[in-house]
Design a binder for this molecule. Structure first.
Ligand SMILES: Nc1ncnc2c1ncn2[C@@H]1O[C@H](COP(=O)(O)OP(=O)(O)O)[C@@H](O)[C@H]1O
Ligand SMILES: [Mg+2]
Length: 323
């Protein structure tokens, strides 16, 4: 595990945004995407988003996201083909440009969460059917569900809406065959994720998958998979004891950063946000790296050079070779 000093030293050496001249630019919350003919070059920046804003740039975050995703793509290829063509740089995945289904396929193995849209929040207020999934009485917060459930969300610019599998069909977001295929694959992926996480001391609590299709109708897993941005992970060793005592599981997520902003400003309305304390940003970076190392069993090899220049060069070289 790299030292806090190294993270601290790199607080200003982060990728906030890129401006390259490869193809047409499409900015996401976290990724800078460049469309080039039938390819999509996805560059994971170090932007940390929450409340639909950027809260900070976190050293090594983009690298962790990319390398975690690549690990999972390689370890799930036998379940479903994915969009990855090449990985020419620690922050970059070159993928097949596909048509994205307007549905995020969320899979949950545990009943948890604190936000207005969380399963636990709904359950606590008496809901016993969540996105088409019946839930038994008597569940406790953070309890494992009997079987993982799928709770789809529409993918839209303004606000994501929770729906059921039936709604996916009713709204013609996918055909019946497509939905059946994708939901079967999502469960298989989640099962694989759970197994590998378990071997490495982690619980994969919940996650989100995106799927897309090519012009022949072939379906692919796209975007990112089982990253700390798209998933919740808990530490396995301490889960049971804590659950039995009614304590929160040890998590590795960005909740503490969210809480800091909620305490120190109004992140939904303030025009300018205060700067997060260095110590918090360093801690978040450390947690992302720890997660990468636990999941993959690899030691994290931080890149500390001139990041944008290296990324540009690596992509350029890839494109020249691919010609
Ligand atoms: N293979 C693909 N083809 C086309 N679009 C994709 C593919 N993989 C991912 N995407 C889209 O690219 C974007 C990735 O950037 P990101 O920062 O995650 O965006 P967002 O703010 O929408 O989450 C997402 O909108 C995702 O749906
Ligand atoms: Mg995204």
């Amino acid at each position: 595990m790299i030292s806090k000093e190294l993270i601290l030293k790199n607080l200003d050496n982060t990728i906030d945004k890129t401006q390259f001249d490869f193809g047409s630019f499409k900015k996401g919350k976290v990724r800078d995407n460049y469309i080039l003919d039938d390819k999509l070059i996805m560059i994971a920046t170090d932007r940390q988003s929450a409340f639909d804003r950027i809260l900070a740039n976190v050293p090594f975050k983009g690298q962790v996201l990319t390398q975690t995703s690549v690990f999972w793509f390689e370890n799930t290829e036998d379940i479903i083909q994915n969009h990855k063509i090449a990985h020419p740089d620690p922050n970059v995945v070159v993928c097949k440009k596909l048509t994205v289904f307007p549905v995020e396929v969320v899979v949950r193995g545990y009943i948890t969460g604190v936000t207005n849209t969380a399963v636990w929040t709904a359950y606590k207020s008496g809901v016993r059917n969540f996105c088409g999934n019946p839930l038994p009485d008597g569940l406790k917060k953070n309890q494992k569900l009997e079987k993982p459930i799928i709770t789809p969300t529409t993918k839209s610019k303004d606000h994501d809406e929770k729906i059921s599998g039936k709604d996916v069909l009713k709204r013609n977001l996918m055909t019946k065959d497509q939905w059946e295929y994708v939901s079967k694959k999502a469960i298989e992926l989640f099962k694989r994720g759970t197994e590998i996480a378990k071997q490495n001391g982690l619980i994969l609590v919940d996650t989100k998958y995106e799927f897309g299709y090519d012009d022949k109708g072939n379906i692919y897993l796209i975007d990112e998979i089982h990253t700390p941005d798209s998933s919740r992970y808990w530490i396995k060793d301490t889960y049971k004891k804590r659950f039995e005592k009614g304590e929160e599981p040890e998590n590795i997520d960005k909740e503490f950063l969210r809480l800091w902003f909620k305490k120190n400003c109004d992140p939904y309305n303030d025009k300018v946000l205060p700067e997060a304390p260095d110590s918090l940003v360093v801690e978040l970076s450390r947690r992302y790296i720890m997660l990468y190392e636990m999941i993959t069993g690899n030691e994290f090899a931080p890149r500390t050079g001139n990041l944008k220049q290296e990324i540009k060069k690596n992509i350029q070289e890839y494109l020249e070779d691919a010609e």
